[in-house]
Ligand binder design. Sequence first.
Ligand code: GLV
Ligand code: MN
Ligand code: MN
Length: 430
Amino acid sequence: MTAAAPAPRGAEAARRVLERCDELARHSSMPDGIERVYLSPEHARVNDIAAAWMREAGLHSWSDPAGNQCGRRSSDPAGRPALLLGSHLDTVPGAGRYDGILGVLVAIEVADRLRETELPFALEVVAVADEEGTRFGTTLLGSRALAGSWREEWQELTDAHGTTLRRAALDFDLDPDRIASAAREPGSLVGYLEAHIEQGPRLEEADRALGVVTSIAAAERRLLTFRGQARHGATPWHLRRDALQGAAEAVLAMERLARESGSVATIGHVRVEPDAVNVVPGLAEFSLDLRDETAAGRDAAWGRIQHELQAIGLQRGLDLDVVSTHEAPEVVCAPELRDAIAAGIAATGDAEPPALFSIAGHDAMAVAAITEVGMLFVRCAGGISHHRDEAVRADDVALAIDAMEAAVLELAARRADGAGDTRPSSAIGA
Ligand code: GLV
Ligand code: MN
Ligand code: MN
């Protein structure tokens, strides 16, 4: 903190939020960890629990046609454009208990505090159904449906067990042909604010609890396949076309090239065929998740990587297939919402909160297609995320609730004389 901070008002609310994070963590498909994917029974259970908490906070709650659990202040007139607060409840496998979840629970606390407050906009909360994209390999499905970017072909995506998204939606009691109708009307939102753990070490290194997000990095995901020839493990070296050796070389090349380009690259999935100890792998499938502050930087890194992959394939006699599974340009947070969040944090005692861009992806990236977005980051221990050791401090959570409430009030003061700002998104290329 740069200034002597007033004691956060939110100590009790923070305790409740952390207890609720613990409660949601129990709804998992993994016996010894957290995993909660889109349209799963666990997803249904946490939606019901979140709906009950929303109702306790004075919101009426409904599941939209994509399975996003929504809430709106009961006192807000129908049709009044809303400020939307939220994040996601789905998780990666082996997740922590705060990524996404914290933002939803902070949003509910803020709505609870503001239940009697006159605002120049309606106030809504959303618990997004799919941000991680873990189940169907395509990310931000819930927030893209909400933002009107749903693609009908996603119904045919399959999970690791061969279940189509269409089938999973039916099992979840959703009509797969109506998912696109989760789209909010243009003009029905005045903005979107999301609190999220930083998922990086910068706030902790700077000894600060909260930060203002300036932009969200450009990202791209690809599924890469090398095809060679499966043969007996006795095959001499010069006759082998080993797809896994090619993939191994590619993994290290991608690390080197991404580092040199100032990007980050993750190869988090590898699969070989036929997957037997005494057979040369004839096929190696692996993923690439590539991120950079800008789409131009990301594309430059991919250009170098693609060139290297082709060279490896040529040299090892392997065919290369590349399928793009996700593409998102960088998204710039709206100056007015950044200012409101900075003012909100300042109200908690940090007069000049750090501004930082997000390397991780967030629902705000998708929501930026329909309204302006702003994000508040909360310090997390060691920058660890997507891991069971994800941790936040209760006093930081208390500050986050205070700051988010103050940010909403700041925005309300700015908008008090107008009917709500429906300017087009400031998302670059969204
Ligand atoms: C979401 O957590 C992402 O950045 O992949
Ligand atoms: Mn995540
Ligand atoms: Mn997240």
